[in-house]
Design a protein around this ligand. Structure first.
Ligand SMILES: [Fe+2]
Length: 394
């Protein structure tokens, strides 16, 4: 007889979640509580030119009495050079309270740069899974400005290798921000494409964590709540950017999805979106939107009751149909051919995707042949049809 509960490990190293509209204004109180004296902020370069940049600096000064260091991270995804530049700036300021505000790029930059303050570099030397990193004594507060990556509660970060189409994966409990400060007001001004990309990334985190081979009784409730909230509210946030309930729901959901995938890991959609980002510079959430409906169609024969739950929560005839419908509503029903134009590039993508550690987490075992079939199916936008993958096996 199968065991009712298979062995599992659940990790959640984030110390506190603070949520609320305009919760950013609580920064001074959080800094004072920790007795902070040397504040620093790591922001997406874009935000240093917006009112929120000056607001963060003023709030940090109010909480510590000191002028903060403000480090701007360049536009685009972080690489080892931008992370080391951030670490050098932080080292000079020796901060005891660091605010990372932005999308996944700014938060990931700050998470890795802060580890370089307490561990010998260069940035590449501390990459890898399960590294034992020395903790840094500062308090790290992560403030997401999109509802997508969940980097504010995850113990991982992704950084490009300077000048190369390759990604380094960082994973250590010491890297997790101590406080996730969730202020949905910060997400309301995001362009619609950002809402769609980031939101679909959160959907992919929730769905892949829910069906992962490492899903457990500790991760399923987070994944389920994330799917329920995203199924109800993501399209509303896309269609009505100022809707406060929708923004709050999506921000909570993206965090919950990350708490789930932090332990359950992900699957084939992330195995594909990783190299799509590194090789073809496809935005991460878009890469997931290209992949997830077809990955879900490939997985469908093994999903059982979980597949029915996904279909119900997102409103589709099947789980794959629900994923396709949602991406269509978000304007993301696109062909892979727009980004990967040749058979040779698609073959390279298939081979690279199969090297991802996420392949082993996928609920249905996949061969290189299966991956080729999924990528071939991704060439056709789904429209009203249910996505299908021809694998050549039953
Ligand atoms: Fe992701």
């Amino acid at each position: 007889m199968a065991e009712a509960f298979a062995p599992f490990t659940f990790v959640h190293s984030n110390r506190r979640v603070v949520f609320g509209w305009d919760a950013l204004d609580r920064l001074p109180e959080l800094a004072k509580e920790g007795g902070a004296k040397r504040p620093a902020a790591v922001l997406d370069e874009y935000f240093t030119r917006m009112p929120v940049g000056a607001r963060v600096a003023a709030l940090l000064k109010a909480g510590t009495g000191a002028e903060p260091l403000v480090h701007a991270t360049p536009a685009g995804e972080p690489d080892t050079a931008s992370v080391e530049a951030c670490a050098a700036a932080l080292a000079a300021a020796a901060p005891d309270f660091i605010v990372a505000l932005g999308g996944g790029s700014a938060m990931d930059t700050a998470k890795v740069a802060r580890m370089l303050l307490s561990n010998p570099g260069p940035a590449e030397a501390i990459a890898g899974f399960g590294k034992r990193l020395a903790p840094h004594a500062s308090m790290l507060v992560a403030v997401p400005t999109t509802h997508g990556t969940g980097s504010e509660v995850s113990e991982s970060a992704v950084v490009g290798k300077d000048g190369l189409d390759a990604k380094l994966i960082y994973r250590s409990q010491e890297m997790t921000p101590q406080i996730a400060l969730l202020d949905p007001a910060l997400t309301a001004g995001a362009p619609r494409t950002v809402t769609a990309y980031a939101g679909y990334d959160a959907v992919t985190h929730a769905v892949e964590a829910y069906v992962s081979r490492m899903a457990s009784p500790m991760t399923d409730p987070y994944a389920l709540s994330a799917m329920e909230l995203l199924g109800r509210w993501l399209a509303v946030a896309y269609e009505e950017p100022e809707n406060r309930d929708a923004r709050g729901a999506c921000l909570i959901a993206s965090m919950q999805a990350a708490i789930a995938f932090n332990s359950a890991n992900l699957g084939l959609a992330h195995a594909i979106s990783g190299p799509l980002g590194a090789q073809q510079h496809v935005a991460h959430g878009l890469g997931n939107a290209l992949a997830l409906p077809y990955v879900t169609a490939f997985n469908e024969p093994v999903l059982g009751a979980k597949g029915e739950t996904i279909a119900r929560l997102f409103g589709g005839r099947t789980a794959a149909d629900a994923m396709a419908k949602l991406r269509r509503r978000l304007g993301l029903d696109l062909s892979l051919d727009g980004y990967v134009g040749t058979d040779a590039d698609r073959e390279r993508l298939a081979e690279w995707a199969m090297k991802s550690g996420q392949v082993k987490m996928n609920p249905r075992a996949a061969t290189l042949e299966d991956m080729r079939a999924i990528l071939a199916a991704m060439r056709t936008p789904t429209g009203d049809a249910a996505p299908a993958v021809r694998t050549g096996r039953a």
